[in-house]
Ligand binder design. Structure first.
Ligand SMILES: Nc1nc2c(ncn2[C@@H]2O[C@H](COP(=O)(O)OP(=O)(O)OP(=O)(O)O)[C@@H](O)[C@H]2O)c(=O)[nH]1
Ligand SMILES: [Mg+2]
Length: 323
């Protein structure tokens, strides 16, 4: 299948949703067309701005999609173009679990200033670390002012999302049992802003109190104190406060130099992930494992040790004339 790179890039930059969607699909599939596409997208010395990336994470059902929808509405009211990526870290397929998100996003379905996409992340290229930064790059190059990335806070995914976002929102809700426990398990470090959603429910106050107590214990060395915002996302309550918290954090990021530091780290991760995937492809993952198989036979037969085998493999894929 041939890809009309120039046409797609032109369409996407002009804000045509179908073209943007096609580009994201190519990212998901790890298409070889990404090389010229990324070259065309990044070839833009005049660009002076970069999309503001906001990650939302938290336990299943805490209200991430509802909050995302609430934020989309608030950003649209400011006239900003918004991209939404709902990344499902547990599935190699799109659809399924995230269908609910599409339903909740119906409000924005006909707004040309909003692009919404559910994305699989556990493809053959491995993890959020490969697909999400490139999808972000596509949306950024296509002129979206803000990109919201929703991902369920399980396992590594929430840490990965924090390394991608300028600002990470960690959502909690009362009566979810694991809320504060999860906080203990590491979300304290990744949260720039806490949201206690479902503030209409019993126990919201004590969730806020518990969180505040925990935050008081750990004095962050970064100089940023994560605020706690209470919301009822299903009724749009707290949207303004949340926007203010995001603005404040973004201003702090810019003034402290942290914004540049985070973005540099993100691009480093992106380059590294692409390089590792390229090496893996050369190892033979995509063309049968003949070279690796032959080395494995020799190590099994004790005619070679595994370190020498690995050296041979690395030399073979990085040496001249291997492309
Ligand atoms: N009472 C109440 N219900 C809410 C609130 N916000 C969201 N909900 C409901 O909580 C349920 C889950 O909301 P979602 O936004 O789908 O939660 P999520 O975190 O995106 O869920 P997953 O993507 O499945 O992890 C839905 O039925 C929402 O209508 C709220 O502020 N108060
Ligand atoms: Mg959701």
């Amino acid at each position: 299948m041939t890809v009309d790179v120039e046409g797609l890039v032109r369409g996407a930059k002009a804000g045509r949703q179908r073209s943007v969607g096609r580009l994201i699909t190519l990212v998901e599939n790890g298409s070889p067309a990404l090389r010229p596409i990324m070259a065309a997208l990044c070839r833009d010395g005049e660009r002076t701005r970069t999309a503001q990336v906001v990650g939302l994470t938290g336990s299943p059902g805490v209200g991430k999609s509802t909050s995302t929808s609430m934020l989309v509405k608030a950003f649209r009211a400011q006239g900003r173009r918004v991209g939404v990526l709902a990344v499902d870290p547990s599935s190699p397929f799109t659809g399924g679990a995230l269908l609910g998100d599409r339903v909740r996003m119906q409000d924005h379905a006909t707004d040309p200033g909003v692009f919404i996409r559910s994305m699989a992340s556990r493809g053959h290229l491995g993890g959020l670390s490969w697909t999400t930064p490139q999808a972000l790059r596509v949306l950024d190059a296509c002129g979206y002012d803000v990109v919201l990335v929703e991902t369920v806070g399980v396992g590594q995914a929430e840490v990965e999302i924090a390394s991608l976002a300028d600002t990470t929102i960690v959502l909690l809700a009362p009566g979810m049992g694991d809320g504060i426990q999860a906080a203990k398990a590491g979300i304290l470090e990744i949260a720039d802003v806490f949201v206690v959603n479902k503030a209409d429910r019993d126990g919201a106050q004590s969730t806020v109190r518990d969180l505040r107590n925990m935050l008081a214990l750990g004095v962050g060395e970064s100089g940023w104190r994560p605020p706690i915002v209470s919301t009822v996302a299903s009724r749009g309550e707290g949207a303004q406060e949340l926007l203010e918290a995001l603005d404040k954090h973004f201003a702090w990021l810019s003034e402290s130099g942290e914004l540049r530091r985070r973005r540099l780290a993100r691009v480093r991760d992106e380059i590294e992930a692409i390089a590792v995937a390229a090496l893996r492809a050369r190892f033979g993952d995509l063309h049968g494992n003949s070279r690796l198989d032959a080395l494995a036979e020799r190590v099994l037969g004790a005619s070679l040790d595994p370190y020498s085998a690995a050296d041979e493999l690395v030399a073979a894929v990085t040496g001249p004339g291997t492309t």
